[in-house]
Design a protein around this ligand. Structure first.
Ligand code: NAD
Length: 489
């Protein structure tokens, strides 16, 4: 199935039909070249309303939510049709999201497609009904059964940083659980979502209205989805600030809100660790995809006595990672998504300097990339944990290095953040490491480089990093209601 994305642009998917947007089109830009790639359908309020109506009808008037085997079949079809179009999807992902092509064989594309299997398998294997046994109350013996059912119409609102990962990590479990979905992707990556439209229509048996895709460059379309009383649940990934307004917008009808938000995670290096290796690894990881990852460990906490060595090791690792053309197989650090995002990152570098931070490496635009929204991987030393660049999420390839005075102090610093998404601990003594792991208040932790990311591993945040978990059985159950049925025994 070639030519999915015509050069002219994409369409919305509403009620099983591919339709233009009532607000015309908007451009989508290649962040590595600043060229307009083409156009995406621009949804207006009426399109959104029609998409919600279609999702509502598909949920209320079809057997979708009750036919578990059919949903598994449809999800496997979706996996297969995505795989059959990998080359074109890869091209779009690199061009539109600035994703290093190397990462499209993992978390940027092929990983999330493979993860649809986990969702499909759960639709078939999940215990939808659980017998609670008999109880007698007021002389009436009753047999009780717990039934798990889909929540209903789910509004999925997603960001631009890992578009396929996040779109599919919402579609997979939401559909597997029996919901119908209106997907509202970020204005910066409309094509990555819109390509799903023709694939679903032409390559799967997913019934009309079960998936609706509404691209728009107007954030108020997302807000309208949140406020619509016909929508039972919002699953949102994005910034903590927008997450707050999603909670407020959904409160009017007490909507279930599932939030995956920002982070400012800490890499805690203990004094018995290989400090140079830990610092280099952390610096390298923060430069991947130009630091546009919510769970990256952007604060490196190192023993005070080893501070200079750690700063030097991090600086050396970062200096060796030049940002480059994402279509090249060796590129790890591509461009930022937009001029606005580059301005934001550069604004933080200005703040760092004004707060007395020392730029160890990077700190500007790479000379060898005159076009594109590139920023050099940057290490900042001599900032306090309470300074702006150590406290706020920058969402660029920027690492701050902060000294600690022992394990307890390191835990205190790691937790001295409004966020609690992720982190890492580096150390040789398992008991000390375990005490630190117990002390750090975050949803995921890596120990000595262990990788927590997988379809079966629940991911999410403590504190202002979110509510609920994505992926794993816990992530699937976010999309379920619980019904208790009692009958006379
Ligand atoms: P954003 O919050 O600006 O936008 C996210 C989505 O929300 C977009 O689709 C946008 O159109 C929509 N939106 C904006 N205002 C809205 C409103 N008032 N109501 C409803 N929807 C609205 O985030 P972004 O800049 O696209 O993405 C970057 C952020 O996402 C970072 O903070 C990052 O940490 C976070 N993120 C979190 C995770 C996670 O799983 N925790 C994963 C990836 C990204």
């Amino acid at each position: 199935m070639n030519g999915l994305v015509p050069a002219a642009g994409t369409l919305l998917l509403i009620g099983g039909k591919l339709v233009p947007g009532a607000a015309g089109v908007f451009p989508t830009v290649n962040p590595a070249t600043e060229e307009v790639l083409g156009y995406a359908a621009n949804a207006a309020a009426d399109d959104l309303d029609a998409a919600v109506a279609a999702a509502r009808a598909a949920f209320d008037e079809t057997e979708w939510s009750r036919d578990h085997a059919f949903r598994a079949h449809c999800l496997r079809q979706l996996r297969d049709v995505l795989r059959a179009n990998l080359a074109e999807l890869r091209e779009i992902t690199v061009a539109e999201a600035g994703a290093p092509v190397m990462l499209t064989s993992g978390p940027h594309l092929e990983g999330p497609i493979a993860d649809l299997d986990f969702a499909a398998d759960l639709a078939e294997s999940y215990s939808w009904r659980t017998d609670l046994g008999e109880r007698t109350q007021m002389g009436i013996p009753s047999r009780r059964e717990i039934r798990r059912e889909a929540v209903g119409v789910v509004g999925a609102i997603t960001p631009w940083n890992f578009p396929h990962q996040i779109n599919l990590a919402k579609l997979g479990p939401a559909l597997a659980a029996g919901n119908t979905v209106v997907l509202k992707p970020a204005p910066d990556t409309p094509w990555c979502a819109a390509v799903l439209g023709p694939l679903i229509v032409e390559g799967t048996d997913i019934p009309a209205g079960v998936v609706n895709i509404v691209t728009s460059n107007d954030h108020s379309v997302g807000a309208r989805l949140v406020e619509d009383p016909r929508v039972d649940m919002i699953t949102f990934t994005g910034s903590t600030r927008t997450g707050r307004s999603v909670m407020v917008g959904g409160a009017a009808n007490l909507k279930r809100t599932f939030l995956e938000l920002g982070g400012k995670s800490a890499a805690v290096v203990l004094d018995d660790a290989d400090i140079g290796a830990a610092a280099s690894y952390t610096a390298f990881s923060v430069a991947v995809h130009a630091g546009q990852g919510c769970a990256l460990t952007t604060r490196l906490l190192v023993p005070r006595a080893a501070y200079a060595d750690a700063v030097a090791a991090a600086g050396k690792a970062m200096a060796g990672l030049r940002p480059g053309d994402p279509t090249k197989p060796g590129t790890i650090c591509g461009p930022l998504i937009s001029a606005a995002q580059r301005d934001r990152v550069e604004g933080y570098l200005t703040i760092a300097r004004s707060e007395g931070g020392r730029i160890v490496t990077g700190g500007g635009r790479p000379e060898e990339q005159p076009r594109g929204y590139f920023v050099e991987p940057t290490v900042i030393a001599d900032v306090a944990n309470t300074d702006t660049v150590a406290r706020e999420e920058i969402f660029g390839p920027v690492l701050v290095v902060i000294p600690h005075d022992g394990d307890a102090d390191a835990v205190r610093l790691a937790n001295e953040s409004p966020y609690g998404l992720s982190g890492s601990v580096w150390g040789a003594d398992p008991e000390r490491v375990d005490r630190v792991v117990n002390g750090v208040r975050t949803g995921t932790l890596s120990v000595n480089g262990g990788l927590w990311y997988h379809a079966d591993a629940p991911f999410g945040g403590y504190k202002q990093s979110g509510l609920g978990r994505e992926m794993g059985v816990a992530g699937f159950e976010e999309y379920l209601e619980t019904k208790l049925v009692a009958t006379p025994a």
